[in-house]
Write a protein that binds this ligand. Structure first.
Ligand SMILES: Nc1ncnc2c1ncn2[C@@H]1O[C@H](COP(=O)(O)OP(=O)(O)OP(=O)(O)O)[C@@H](O)[C@H]1O
Ligand SMILES: [Mg+2]
Length: 246
């Protein structure tokens, strides 16, 4: 089982949409995937046709321990786990649970996150956009592959210089518009200077934005779209990296 954690260099980079699309693409190549939402926005589930007003998720069951996390089977090879509707009180429970675990049993996951050690899947993908810093720290330390999404713009370029990333981080360009001169320039600089830049580039494609409107992943919504092809290449790159690592 390989854990892939995805975060954006800043908010709104496309992390949630890419997590859902990558899970779909991996499942299409015959891999089994659990995609988990760590984001308090709780939007990942909407790419999997989840009822928008449903409150269920791993965080919303936290106060009801011991109960098993509501993992939902979506399609062949792909299960998802929503974050759920949670209140500030639940964030405190998560923070305290992670803090206590770190103090007393640093090599063990808290019970409420035991699904992250499930051996039922070849891949566990974690959406770390808009998450709590305690969850971000945990996923960074657990992940075999940390993917950091970059929109090819000057803001991302500056943030790249200001932030630090775990050693096993790879940078992935999302939202690339080939007609934009500034995007061409920024991407070119990164291709020259970033050793851990993923060779697959994800283009800006309306099919990605539209996929949420129909509550699907981009690959399911428009399998022939440019973004579906890009994400397929990303899935192959992930599998290749995984094979090299194992
Ligand atoms: N390659 C793309 N082409 C077109 N639209 C995209 C692309 N990637 C993401 N988007 C759109 O950008 C918007 C933001 O994406 P998303 O919510 O996945 O970002 P996020 O990084 O998870 O944001 P947050 O930090 O708020 O959690 C969505 O409308 C999504 O459909
Ligand atoms: Mg998000």
């Amino acid at each position: 089982m390989t854990i892939l954690a995805m975060q954006g260099i800043r908010g709104g980079c496309g992390t949630t949409a890419v997590c859902a699309s990558l899970a779909w693409a991996l499942a299409q190549t015959g891999q089994s995937v659990l995609v988990v939402d760590f984001s308090i926005s709780n939007l990942l589930r909407l790419h999997f046709n989840h009822a928008w007003d449903s409150k269920e998720g791993w965080a919303s069951t936290l106060k009801l321990q011991p109960s098993s996390p509501p993992i939902i089977s979506y399609a062949s090879g792909i299960d998802y786990l929503p974050f759920g509707f949670a209140e500030k009180e639940t964030y405190s429970l998560i923070n305290e649970g992670l803090f206590n675990q770190k103090q007393h049993q640093p090599n063990k996951l808290p019970d409420f996150l035991s699904f992250l050690s499930s051996n039922d899947y070849q891949w566990i993908i974690i959406d770390c956009s808009s998450t709590l810093s305690s969850l971000n720290e945990l996923s960074n330390s657990l992940a075999d592959i940390n993917l950091v999404l970059l929109n090819p713009d000057v803001e991302s370029h500056v943030l790249l210089k200001q932030k630090t990333f775990p050693l096993n981080s790879y940078f992935l360009i999302n939202g690339f518009l080939p007609t934009s001169l500034i995007q061409q320039d920024v991407s070119h600089i990164w291709q020259q200077s970033l050793s851990n830049l993923v060779p697959a580039i994800l283009h800006r494609d309306e099919a990605m934005a539209e996929s949420l409107a129909v509550k699907k992943t981009s690959g399911e919504y428009q399998p022939g779209s440019l973004i579906a092809q890009d994400v397929h290449q990303l899935a192959l790159w992930c599998q290749n990296l995984d094979k090299q690592g194992s």
